[in-house]
Design a protein around this ligand. Structure first.
Ligand code: FAD
Length: 399
């Protein structure tokens, strides 16, 4: 049989994972990435058990674990630093097969990229549009045109693929709050456990990365319109803003802020995507943030993109007809990811409460909820299993 070809638009976590899943199943892949290279500014990222299961199917869970940190315990604190709830990573792993792993995004992207043939990665290849021509789909990009058997739109929140083929779909909606992310310098004595501290209309979280560094994140209810923090001067003014807002929060937050290097603060307003009526059209499938951008309150956006990737490859493997396989993918992925998106939005609304009586009620409810109940309530999200028999992990699988 002739080798089938796929064009993956976007070389983020979702696009690289989809390219790899399809490459492993015999597809000829090309990843069309807008950026001039595949480097990543980002900060840390949490991978929950469901994501590690997807990485297992890709044969990469072991490689990714090497770059990650697993904290024994963590939890949520109130504005005065008192614990509201605790999490136990060993219990999480017992229940769901894997712990919560935190690593630098650049490491995750590098592991994914290195598992792909180098000549499949095309940086500087911004896609301007995608046309559906019945039995072929045309992808127009800076380097020319591609006519693959399948197009995967993995081009993120402002997806050009979505705009081209879902012109009537509503665009991203602002969640009402903004987020900062940063990684500290290595600390001689890093905090022994991570925590998210909930204030009024603001939160500050931190968790360990390997090598004594800490990944920190913060949110504040603010109008949309944040700068990205991607230039040094923007980053410095965001750092000043963070100090003003969180510099007097309970320990160890001031010390963590003091250990953030100049120019290392990223800021992004948070959006999610109103539910699409379908993730597929003909030979084109949307995935990751292009399909279901969600707020980061559950730390699930990239985890869901990894699930999308292995599910898509499975559907195409078991159903040779591409449009029919994509319809199965849509049925498996849309209800699930849209439910996770709604859940994440609800958690964010609670986390950002600012009216004092509502904050008191929230904190009391969190304090009274047993850890077991919290873990149990996460089963629909974390208890995901890959469709079909998960391939036994084969590290260094040939490519
Ligand atoms: P993206 O990462 O957006 O990648 C899209 C790629 O497409 C980019 O490389 C872009 O350059 C490229 N592109 C865009 N347009 C074009 C075009 N026209 N042509 C070619 N290429 C194009 N998720 C988690 O699982 N755990 C977490 O802890 C977590 N924390 C988060 C914290 C914050 C503050 C935020 C904002 C998000 C967080 N997420 C987290 C969500 C996660 O970052 C995203 O869900 C994930 O990165 C989506 O991956 P993606 O590949 O779909 O899209």
């Amino acid at each position: 049989m002739m080798q089938r070809a796929v064009a993956v638009v976007g070389g983020g976590i979702g696009g690289l994972a989809a390219a790899l899943a399809l490459h492993r199943r015999g597809w000829r892949v090309e990843v069309l990435e807008r950026a001039a290279d595949f480097t990543e500014l980002g900060a840390g990222i949490s991978l929950w058990p469901n994501a590690l299961r997807a990485l297992e199917v890709l044969g990469l869970a072991g490689a990714v674990r090497e770059f990650g940190a697993v904290e024994a315990t963590g939890g949520v604190r109130d504005r005065r630093g008192r614990w509201l709830s605790r999490t136990d990573n060993a219990e999480l792993a017992r229940r769901f097969g894997h712990p919560l792993l935190v690593l630098h995004r650049a490491d995750l992207l590098r592991v994914l990229r290195e598992a792909l043939p180098a000549d499949s990665l095309r940086s500087g290849s911004e896609v301007s549009t995608v046309r559906d021509e019945g039995n072929r789909t045309v992808v127009v990009h800076r380097g020319g045109e591609s006519r693959p058997d399948l197009v995967v739109g993995a081009d993120g929140l402002h997806s050009a693929v979505r705009r081209a083929l879902w012109p009537a779909a509503a665009g991203p909606r602002y969640a009402g709050y903004t987020a900062w992310r940063m990684v500290t310098e290595p600390l001689a004595e890093p905090p022994r456990e991570g925590a998210a501290t909930w204030g009024r209309g603001a939160r500050f979280g931190y968790t360990a990365l390997p090598g004594g560094r800490m990944y920190c994140f913060a949110t504040a209810t603010l109008p949309a319109g944040a700068a990205s923090g991607s230039s040094e001067s923007e980053s410095e003014s965001e750092y000043a803003e963070l100090l003003g807002r969180f510099g007097s929060w309970p320990d160890p937050i001031p010390a963590l802020l003091a250990a953030v290097p100049a120019g290392a603060v990223l800021r992004h307003d948070l959006y999610d995507l109103p539910p699409l009526p379908s993730f597929v059209r003909g030979r084109v499938a949307l995935m990751g943030d292009a399909a279901h951008a969600m707020t980061p309150n559950l730390g699930q956006g990239a985890c869901q993109a990894l699930e999308d990737a292995v599910t898509l490859a499975h559907c195409l493997d078991t159903t040779p007809d591409v449009p029919a396989a994509l319809r199965s993918y849509d049925l498996l992925r849309r209800p699930r990811t849209q439910a996770v998106t709604r859940r994440s939005a609800r958690l964010g609304a609670v986390g950002q409460l600012s009216w004092p009586p509502a904050v008191l009620l929230r904190d009391t409810a969190a304090r009274l909820t047993p850890t077991r109940a919290t873990l149990r309530s996460m089963t629909p999200v974390l208890g995901w299993t890959a469709p079909g028999d998960p391939v036994t992990e084969t590290e260094n699988e040939s490519h």
